[in-house]
Design a protein around this ligand. Structure first.
Ligand code: BF8
Ligand code: SF4
Length: 625
């Protein structure tokens, strides 16, 4: 039987996507949906995690006829090892991003660059003080140098725990110590996972899973958290501001540049270069009305949160953004960048620029960004974009819709300010049942789902139930396009949430940043737990990643669960071949850390699942359901 793609309207929730998918079909351009079809059906051994390629006595595939690998490893061991390595990929991704932030901070603190500066001095001092560094009467850069060393120490293994574990309630720290899951160092836990999963090491699935928890906690409470805190120090702590989302942010008469990837170290400099009067004049010489910068994915979130730069789209919109025909250049750093963007760009005049030696793409041009040359390289890239403008075929340009307004910029600092400087109003609203709980909806798109259908509908359902929704990563754009990220969206919320958000002037769905910024949500959870004298596991909180695809998203889910936050996923990771691993994920972890995963592809049923969990947590705290 011929395999067929679902109709265009069934592939995505959005008009801009539908129009670009139709354009792609008309012009014969392949996208992720076409390639998914070619890859379907997927290998069931891979899907259930029971194919082992860890040594060359294999590869081994577990079946009834062959229940053990050549070495004797059973299905539980194989699944746990595969999953551990999968999570290591995610932890490494976030945390290496964090390492790049420390390098930038190090260069600033040691006077090795003029291209980057400290923008939020107060935050630098506050965090230094929090981590026990003397600040009184000291020069800012002196304090910064000590803070840099503190951060580096969290990557190695010379400490008993990474720096920000101190943010957790003591009782919760004690639980982690008893379980042996207190993260010691980011690099140490990731390396140890690779070691444990070598043939002939950790051959006890539950034990490997516990180390998975420890490694993911190192990401959440150090790698990602350090990335967020340094990004705020170097580029400013986000404050509420207006921005716009969807492909309508591209401009037909402007040079359009897209930034894609994750680390603001590149995208912030591109933004500065785009505002350079000389380059704007050059763009006008070439016949453009100006230069327009828009973001994609997480670096888009970083720029939007801090600078109000518009967001063109999330993960599944990245190919479609180029298909508008209006993009001169796409500049990337790393993570979640489909290699297909080079080919899609080649169907137009769109140039792709890579900037990190660790993420090069065949067919793209490499402009290496370093601490000492970030600004010069950014100007070079913007000039390249301008040179492409005359090559654009305006007859092929289609900008499919008008942009949608959003409000962004809710760092914890900004949230606290909105609350009048203390968490008390939020706690009172939770106690009174006006805000019944909070759910972080995070993560990706995946062409196996109707694009953004689950992301949007889950958010809509939860706010109806008086549950505050926090969004990060690619869910941001989904929520924004659905009109959920503006204060007026309170009309879609339940009465309690409507009252509180209305009084505070905030949307019922709050944008908290990129995927590394999920650390902001961890910190907020810890602040609430400390304030109430309980652990995070006692709070009426949950997390969800309905359309996740990446190793990083699984790592986030795992550190959320290990931190005591029940986490819903639209589909399971590739673990279903092991009863031990699946049972631990879906229930066993609850007994150990007070939270577990729940799986449900339907967003309406998922909202009920999450609601039930919040109900239980509220009752245990002696609050109305
Ligand atoms: O880190 S949400 S598709 S862009 S993995 Fe990737 Fe998923 Fe988007 Fe950012 Ni996060
Ligand atoms: Fe097979 Fe064991 Fe080697 Fe895995 S480690 S490939 S199960 S022999």
């Amino acid at each position: 039987m011929a395999k067929e793609l679902p109709p265009i309207e069934e592939r995505s929730l959005w008009e801009d996507a539908h129009k670009m998918l139709a354009k792609a079909e008309k012009e014969g351009i392949e996208t992720a949906w076409d390639r998914l079809l070619q890859q379907t059906p997927h290998c069931t051994f891979g899907e259930s995690g029971i194919c082992c390629r860890i040594c060359t006595m294999g590869p081994c595939r577990i079946s009834k006829k062959a229940p053990l690998g050549v070495c004797g490893a059973d299905t539980d061991v194989i699944v746990a090892r595969n999953f551990g390595r999968f999570l290591a990929g995610g932890a490494a991704g976030h945390s290496d991003h964090g390492r790049d932030c420390i390098e930038a901070f190090h260069a600033v603190a040691h006077g090795e660059t003029e291209d980057y500066q400290i923008k939020d001095e107060a935050k630098l001092r506050r965090i230094a003080e929090e981590l026990g560094i003397a600040v009184e009467g000291r020069e800012l850069l002196d304090i910064a140098r000590d803070l840099v060393e503190e951060f580096w120490a969290s990557f190695g293994s010379q400490r008993s725990q990474v720096c920000f574990v101190s943010r957790l309630p003591e009782k919760q720290q004690e639980t982690w110590r008893k379980l042996g899951i207190t993260p010691r160092g980011v690099d140490r836990e990731i390396t140890e996972m690779m070691h444990r999963t070598h043939m002939g090491c950790d051959n006890d699935a539950a034990n490997t899973m516990l180390h998975s928890a420890r490694m993911c906690l190192a990401d959440g409470w150090a790698g990602s958290m350090i990335a967020t805190e340094i990004s705020d120090i170097l580029f400013g702590t986000p404050k509420p501001r207006k921005a716009q989302v969807n492909l309508g942010v591209l401009k037909k008469d402007h040079v359009n540049i897209l930034v894609h990837g994750h680390n603001p170290i590149v995208s912030e400099k591109i933004m500065e270069a785009v505002n350079d009067p000389e380059l704007i004049a050059l763009a006008k010489e070439k016949g453009a009305a100006g230069i327009n910068l828009a973001g994609l994915c997480c670096t888009g979130n970083e720029l939007m949160m801090r600078q109000g730069i518009p967001m063109a789209g999330n993960h599944l919109m990245t190919e479609l953004a180029i298909i508008t025909g209006a993009v001169e250049l796409i500049v990337v750093d790393y993570q979640c960048i489909m290699p297909s963007l080079v080919q899609v760009g080649n169907c137009f005049h769109t140039k792709m620029i890579t900037t990190a030696d660790k993420a090069r793409f065949t067919g793209a041009e490499h402009v290496k960004f370093e601490m000492h040359n970030g600004m010069d390289q950014a100007r070079r890239v913007v000039r390249m974009a301008i040179e492409r403008f005359p090559l654009r075929d305006q007859d092929r340009v289609e900008i499919p819709c008008d942009p949608v307004d959003i409000v962004t910029g809710f760092s914890n600092e900004a949230l606290l300010e909105a609350l009048g400087g203390t968490l008390t109003p939020l706690i009172e609203a939770i106690k009174a049942g006006k805000i019944r709980g909070a759910v972080a909806i995070v993560g990706c798109n995946n062409p196996k789902y109707k694009h953004d259908h689950c992301n949007v509908n889950l958010a809509r359902e939860l706010i109806k139930k008086d549950i505050l929704v926090l969004v990060t990563g690619c869910v941001t754009t989904a929520a924004g396009k659905a009109g959920l990220l503006v204060p007026e969206a309170i009309d879609m919320a339940g009465p309690g949430l409507k009252e509180i958000c209305g009084a505070l002037g905030i949307p019922p769905v709050v944008h908290m940043g990129s995927c590394v910024d999920n650390a902001r949500i961890l910190q907020l959870a810890a602040l609430l737990a400390n304030e109430l004298g309980v652990t995070i596991a006692d709070l009426p909180l949950a997390a969800s990643s309905p359309e996740w695809y990446s190793e990083k998203a699984a790592t986030i889910g795992t550190y959320a669960v290990a931190s005591g936050i029940y986490t819903h996923l639209g589909h399971p990771p590739n673990i279903t071949g092991s009863k031990v691993v699946t049972d631990l994920a879906l229930s066993g972890l609850d007994d150990l850390v007070g939270a577990c995963f729940g799986i449900e592809p339907d967003p309406f049923k998922a909202a009920d699942l999450i609601d039930e969990r919040i109900r239980q947590k509220r009752e245990a705290l002696g609050l109305s359901a």
